[in-house]
Design a protein around this ligand. Structure first.
Ligand code: UTP
Length: 623
């Protein structure tokens, strides 16, 4: 039962700057009274300007204070601290201050890998060995406004040959790593690699439903934990006046705070200590729509383990000035002999001016490799658990925030629309001591990075040479990577043809897809390809079983092959049929399902050879 208000509270002199609030004070309990006091002290009296007499909309008014209480509780230091930080950051933004002013950039050290060479294979082996000591964290709370897809992004098919959605692909990849790693453990092991998914109000219920309606895609339900991030209050002006929601005048407008929330959520969940006590060593952070990521994970984890990195950022070669953050070492001297160094992602629009301001007259330029000295951050991080816990114990997981208001004009006095404070997961190393071992692992883009972020119309406008990052390019990247991997393993895969879908010109390779349990590493692929195999450009090949071997296969058409784990199947000879063909569909054609429309093609399954081996034993598929 709420306790009653004191005389001072009811009298409400402290609320005289907000007469409409003062009239409504009797609606509040004594626990709640501190909230409007704090709001008035922080210059937020406008929130009550439109409040009518007591008796009108009282439930809505109470709900307003419930919302304020929640916003206050979910931000470290409460709403007052949020408003104070916002004022500081908005003032700096108005001044045009580069957050890295005073720092000198230099090229950090890291590992640059070449797919399939001896070094790569060794790192992959080390990574698979470490796999059982890892926990995975998927940040999936984003709105996906740029993509504009009505569903949650992790439910989107990563490719349409099998229709496997991103979440299924991720879970099956983690399970394949778990199996492969446990098989290497002395005496075997039964460890289940934990998966945390950070959701938000926009994605939580649908993520849960996707998992439950698909039996967690093979994971044990207790293996998966969902942590929901809360939104933060929007700001209307440089004084950090909180924005009133345009749909409900008794609510403060809120927006996501960014994926940086993942660190404080993990910290407060208690999971990190549990993982450490269970003997885990690594936490791997990844994002919602990168269908290639797990091709890079084993080697990158191997790099972390071998080099004992506290933080390892996955990166790709980046052209100078390309609009993707660069990983740089930043050094700052405070005028004494004390230097502070950090290895951190620097946004491309900050990197070039920073270089120019610190003696590099040409700014960010390509090296003799044809790429910038500063590799492109793809925001997949591997953090060493013990060091992570030590750091979060100091910071509580708080990540340095930033604000990015869109100003109406050059006076920078008014915003086009409300803004809010944001924080990014990759800013974690900002607070680390200079002694922390922060490195990176560069892999080829074709192997590691093809996110689905842009809707077809925006993707079609991307300047030539820059990646589309659309559902079309994300799917084509999977076929290309699998084709190139098979080529490297000795299969003759035809060259791609160029086609235009949804206004985007893409390379169309043979549609080759395999389950992660067939092969997670290059060595595994190599061990499953024998003799002289060839695959034509028009072909589709889907491998679903674990022990399927390609031997002298000549494929010109569609082949779908499945088997139980203890069956061994050799697929050889010539497979020829009319196959599956890609047919263009119009993005604007509302009769076509959204998942299909946004990639601009559908697959017409004309003819295929489809075979399942459901019993243990050795088999040979020769049509
Ligand atoms: P994106 O940059 O893709 O942002 O996030 P977004 O919010 O999903 O999409 P836009 O900008 O509205 O188009 C990168 C990753 O971070 C997650 C996303 O789900 C994605 O995996 N994310 C982003 C969160 O988990 N929480 C956030 O508040 C923002």
């Amino acid at each position: 039962m709420a306790s009653t208000l004191s005389k001072h509270d009811i009298n409400g002199d402290w609320a005289s700057s907000a007469p409409n609030l003062k009239k409504n004070l009797s609606l509040l309990s004594s626990e709640q009274i501190e909230l409007p006091k704090m709001l008035l002290e922080m210059g937020q009296s406008h929130l009550f300007e439109h409040w009518p007499e007591p008796g009108v909309d009282d439930d809505e008014k109470r709900a307003f204070f419930d919302q304020v209480a929640k916003l206050n509780a979910s931000y470290p230091g409460g709403l007052a601290s949020y408003i104070r930080t916002a004022r500081e950051l908005l003032a700096e933004s108005k001044e045009g201050k580069n957050p890295f002013d005073g720092f000198t950039p230099s090229v950090p050290s890291g590992e640059v890998l070449t797919y399939g060479d001896e070094n790569f294979v060794q790192f992959e082996e080390a990574g698979v060995r470490e796999g059982r000591n890892a926990a995975f964290v998927l940040v999936a709370g984003g709105l996906g406004e740029r993509l504009g897809y009505n569903g949650i992004k992790v439910a989107l098919p990563s490719e349409s040959t099998t229709g496997t959605c991103f979440l299924q692909l991720y879970i099956e990849s983690i399970l394949a790593l778990q199996d492969a790693s446990c098989r290497l453990a002395e005496g075997g092991c039964k460890r289940q690699i934990p998966l945390v998914i950070m959701t938000s109000d926009d994605t939580h219920a649908r993520t849960m439903e996707l998992l439950e309606s698909n039996a967690y895609f093979g994971m044990v339900p207790t293996q998966v934990t969902l942590l929901k991030q809360e939104k933060v209050a929007c700001l209307d002006d440089n004084d950090a006046r909180l924005a009133v929601d345009s749909h409900n005048k008794y609510r403060i407008q809120t927006k996501p705070h960014g994926h940086g929330d993942v660190h404080s959520l993990l910290y407060s969940s208690g999971l990190l200590n549990k993982w450490r006590d269970a003997g885990l060593r690594w936490v791997l952070f990844f994002q919602d729509t990168n269908g290639l990521l797990f091709k890079a994970i084993p080697a990158a984890l191997g790099v972390s383990a071998t080099k004992q990195y506290h933080v390892n950022s996955l990166a790709v070669p980046r052209k100078a000035k390309e609009p993707i953050g660069g990983i740089a070492r930043l050094t700052h001297s405070d005028g004494t002999f004390i230097c502070r160094t950090m290895v951190i992602n620097v946004e491309y629009n900050q990197l070039d001016p920073l270089l120019r301001a610190t003696g590099y007259a040409d700014g960010d330029v390509n090296s003799e490799t044809g790429f910038s000295h500063f590799p492109g951050n793809i925001n997949q991080l591997i953090i060493e658990l013990g060091h992570y816990i030590e750091e979060l114990t100091k910071t509580g997981g708080a990540i340095k925030e930033f604000v990015n208001p869109k100003y109406k004009d050059s006076t920078k006095t008014a915003f086009k629309s409300s803004t809010r404070l944001e924080c990014m997961m990759q800013d974690y190393p900002k607070t680390l001591p200079s002694s922390a071992r922060v490195g990176f692992t560069v892999m080829d883009t074709w192997l590691a990075y093809a996110p689905v972020k842009n809707n077809p119309e925006d993707a079609a406008k991307v300047p030539k040479g820059n990646p589309y990052h659309s559902a079309t390019s994300g799917e084509m990247a999977i076929y290309r990577a699998n084709s190139l991997i098979l080529r490297k393993a000795g299969v003759k895969v035809d060259d791609p043809v160029n086609q235009v879908f949804n206004g985007q010109e893409v390379e169309v390779w043979s549609r080759i897809v395999w389950k992660p349990k067939w092969a997670l590493t290059f060595s595994e692929v190599r061990s499953k390809v024998k003799g002289s195999c060839c695959i034509s450009q028009k072909s589709t090949m889907v491998i679903k079983g674990r022990n399927i071997f390609l031997e002298d296969l000549s494929l010109d058409g569609a082949l779908v092959i499945d088997s139980v784990d203890d069956a061994e199947v050799i697929v050889g000879d010539s497979v020829q049929n009319k196959g599956w063909i890609l047919e263009s569909v119009d993005y604007k054609d509302a009769s076509v399902p959204e998942e299909v429309r946004i990639r601009g093609f559908r697959i017409n399954k004309i003819e295929q050879l489809e075979k399942s081996f459901n019993e243990s034993g050795k088999f040979c598929l020769k049509p």
